[in-house]
Design a protein around this ligand. Structure first.
Ligand code: ATP
Ligand code: MG
Length: 296
């Protein structure tokens, strides 16, 4: 660990760092390590490594600084200047996958609790233009076409339907949203879910957290999107549009692995949107983009 960070943690927590191990998972270049302190306590540090990660950590603080709830790790210390966050170490809690029924239920109950919390004043409302991936693809289809997940003929027929459906997606609401719910951003303890990584938090329609979780859940061997979201054609279109658009973009401020993961989620979300909107599979003749993630 960087000696400056080590000293900073010492002064923030009043005990030296005895040992540290990097946390698994995640895509941002922020420092993320599990710590054992000289006085025997444990902690988790997430610290900025550049301006982008500092901004994301300050965004996370909008939630951690305002809320204490069973679905959040306990905050041990925060230093705004360096954007250094010290949290309760959750490293001994359970993880998913495997997505057992109990684990899925714990997350659904956890998301209900998130939606029932008073959103902190500093958390912004969801921008109604946030999920307009298909409209962006309509304006510039090349990055999406290069993904070769559909024929040009399919795109010509399906795009107007997808653009229209995504524009009708119910985004507005007054619930706190995490907006990055997936296995590597949550822990399970005592039958309850604890969510980390809050930099995307917004205020909007609670159904969005389930909808954006659904592709990674199915990808990890969990239930299908229909089983956790129900029949939601407009949300399915918005989610698929997000991953369709993002998967084609260049990578900035993160590891390229994020695109691989978004593309994998597209392989669930696009068939889901096709099923929900009665569109044909995007690749005919046994192509995977119609056969993956079918409702069980
Ligand atoms: N309080 C905690 N205790 C133990 N491990 C944690 C804790 N918070 C996060 N982690 C681990 O660290 C990983 C990275 O942390 P986090 O998800 O907050 O940041 P990130 O990866 O930088 O963000 P992103 O997922 O958007 O790329 C998590 O996937 C998880 O495995
Ligand atoms: Mg993360």
């Amino acid at each position: 660990m960087d000696p400056t960070l080590r000293d900073r943690i010492h002064s923030m927590l009043g005990a030296a760092v005895a040992s540290s191990i990097p946390a698994a998972g995640g895509f941002s270049p922020a420092t993320r390590e599990r710590l054992v302190l000289a006085d025997g306590r444990r902690a988790f540090v997430k610290a900025a490594t550049d301006e982008a990660t500092a901004g994301w950590l300050r965004d996370e603080w909008r939630v951690y600084g305002a809320l204490q709830a069973p679905f959040l790790p306990r905050v041990m210390a925060w230093e705004p200047e360096s954007a250094t966050l010290l949290l309760e170490d959750l490293g001994e809690a359970e993880r998913a996958p495997p997505w057992t029924d109990a684990a899925v239920d714990a997350v659904l109950r956890g998301l209900d609790a998130v939606a029932a919390a008073d959103p902190p004043a500093a958390v912004p409302a969801l921008d109604s233009r946030a999920f307009s991936g298909w409209a962006s693809i309509e304006a510039d289809p090349e990055p999406f076409r290069r993904l070769t997940v559909c024929t040009d003929r399919w795109l010509k027929g399906a795009l107007p339907v997808l653009v229209e459906a995504e524009a009708k997606a119910p985004l507005a609401g007054d619930s706190l949203l995490h907006l990055d719910v997936r296995g590597d951003n949550l822990f399970l303890r005592g039958g309850s879910a604890i969510f980390v990584d809050w930099n995307w938090a917004r205020v909007g329609n609670a159904a969005l957290d389930r909808a954006f979780w659904a592709p990674s859940l199915a990808l990890d061997g969990g239930p299908s999107p229909e089983q956790v979201v129900g029949h939601a054609p407009e949300l399915a279109a918005a989610v698929a549009g997000f991953f369709a658009h993002q998967s084609g973009l260049p990578v900035a401020d993160a590891t390229p692995a994020i695109r691989t993961f978004q593309f994998a989620q597209l392989q669930i979300a696009l068939p889901w949107a096709c099923r929900a909107l009665d569109l044909p599979p995007s690749l005919a003749a046994g192509g995977c983009f119609g056969g993956v993630g079918r409702a069980k």
